[in-house]
Design a protein around this ligand. Structure first.
Ligand SMILES: *Cc1c(COP(=O)(O)O)cnc(C)c1O
Length: 428
């Protein structure tokens, strides 16, 4: 390649972007900086960000307190291996996480991405059953319409259609899929819709390791909000069958749905819970898998006596220190009123889209606003529609959605909702 190429050309020619064709990558917008709710493009344009970088940057970009926390830690120690060594940032973060998550999730395993935290959760559940002398169990049950990550284990429990299972069929573990929860959040609970899950679970009872779900909000699998009574029913079912309940709160954690964790909408405590995305306020790559004493004790008191996982960058001190500051900032703030205000504004400003022929549904929950179209968006033209309107949104499938930073101003959010409604109206 030409040594004089600009970084933008190098990126265009040689960098793979998420779910992209490297020979023909489609629209990609070079960014030079980001501040608050704004992203500065290399061509001088400024965008109001409605994505919070895949739902992670909940405090906005370039926050002085997070910058400070990162800088302070970088002067002490940027990294040491976690095998045989310990440090204060990880311990302090663990103390805080186990205080604020559902009671009983007392043990924390750190990893570097959400997908890996899901792999860890699945391996913990498998090792739990091996520890019980139950080596036959190998399957997980989940809802269709879910998303749990892109590694092989995580992908095996993603929605089989949007997760492209056909492409990887030969190597993917075969899991059990119940239909997507039909009773929406806010609707009247109908226990009949749970019958299919119960039947499937009973039919496969001997083989089941556990049930893994995103509580209340299915994110990247379809932005679907379902009734929390499913969770209570899942909790009972797991107890009845002696299997484990895993919550993937990677998207829902840290206030996004209006509760600090979506688990709080129901009365069950999961055996295992995954956290990621907003954990560090969008600064660093960090994820965590929490589990109860029941799980930790079984794994530790049976052969081989250790939990078999250990990432190189496990509990990276820079990531842990930043996460600690981000979670503290969240708890010190009035995040709950802020998320409620965002919810109200999204509901009222997206409502006009309900009357469009191009729109199937408009739904909002917490700091999540979704316009579901009747047809898939065109991923070659739609990014330009938003960038030309001065906002950053990245729709997928039939969904135009926003999950902004909680620190976004009313005025900035208004620009996002206005452009969402305008673009939705064009898709006739
Ligand atoms: C994003 C996401 C993941 C995967 O996290 P990565 O950090 O991208 O690996 C898993 N589960 C849910 C619910 C997610 O939203």
């Amino acid at each position: 390649m030409n040594k004089k190429s600009s970084w933008i050309d190098i990126d265009k020619e040689q960098n793979w972007h998420p779910y992209s064709n490297i020979k023909s990558p489609g629209p990609v917008f070079p960014v030079v900086s980001a501040n608050g709710a704004k992203i500065q493009l290399a061509d001088g344009r400024e965008l109001i960000d409605g994505m919070s970088s895949w739902w992670a940057a909940i405090h906005g970009y370039n926050h002085p307190r997070l910058n400070q926390a990162l800088l302070r830690q970088s002067k002490k120690m940027t990294h040491v291996m976690f095998g045989g060594l310990a440090h204060e940032p990880a311990a302090n973060l663990t103390q805080l996480l186990t205080q604020i998550t559902p009671c009983g999730l007392d043990y924390v395993f750190y990893s570097d991405s959400g997908s890996v935290s899901v792999e860890v959760a699945m391996k913990m559940a498998l090792q739990y059953h091996v520890g019980q002398g139950d080596k036959e169990r190998k399957k997980f049950l989940t809802f269709r319409g879910g998303y749990h990550g892109d590694t092989l284990g995580a992908m095996s429990v993603c929605d089989p259609v949007t997760g492209m299972h056909s492409l990887f069929n030969s190597v993917l573990a075969q899991q059990i899929f119940a239909s997507r929860p039909a009773v929406k959040f806010g609707e009247k609970w109908d226990s009949e819709d749970f019958d299919c899950v119960r039947t499937l679970a009973h039919e496969n009872a001997e083989e089941l390791v556990g049930i893994i779900v995103e509580p209340v909000v299915q994110g990247a699998g379809g932005m679907w909000f379902y009734h929390p009574d499913y969770l209570d029913a899942l909790g009972e079912l797991c107890k009845e069958l002696g299997i484990l309940l895993i919550y993937d709160e990677i998207a829902t954690g840290f206030g996004r749905t209006g509760k600090l964790f979506a688990a709080e909408y129901a009365n069950v405590i999961p055996d295992i819970m995954c956290l990621g995305k907003a954990l560090t306020g969008g600064y660093m790559s960090l994820a965590a898998t929490l589990c109860t004493d029941k799980v930790a004790n079984k794994i530790s008191s049976s052969e081989p006596g250790v939990f078999m996982h250990g990432p190189t960058f496990m509990a990276n001190p820079l990531s842990c220190a930043t996460a600690l500051e981000s979670v503290k900032m969240l708890l010190e703030s009035d995040w709950s009123s802020k998320v409620r205000e965002i919810e109200k504004q999204l509901a009222s400003e997206l409502a006009p889209a309900k009357s469009f022929n191009s729109v199937k549904d408009v739904r909002t929950m917490g700091a999540i606003g979704v316009i579901e179209l009747t047809k898939d968006v065109d991923m070659n033209s739609i990014p330009h529609e938003f960038v030309n309107r001065g906002v950053w949104l990245r729709p997928f499938g039939r969904l135009i959605y926003t999950m902004p930073a909680y620190s976004i101003s009313k005025h900035e959010l208004r620009s996002i909702t206005t452009s969402m409604v305008e673009v939705a109206s064009m898709h006739l």
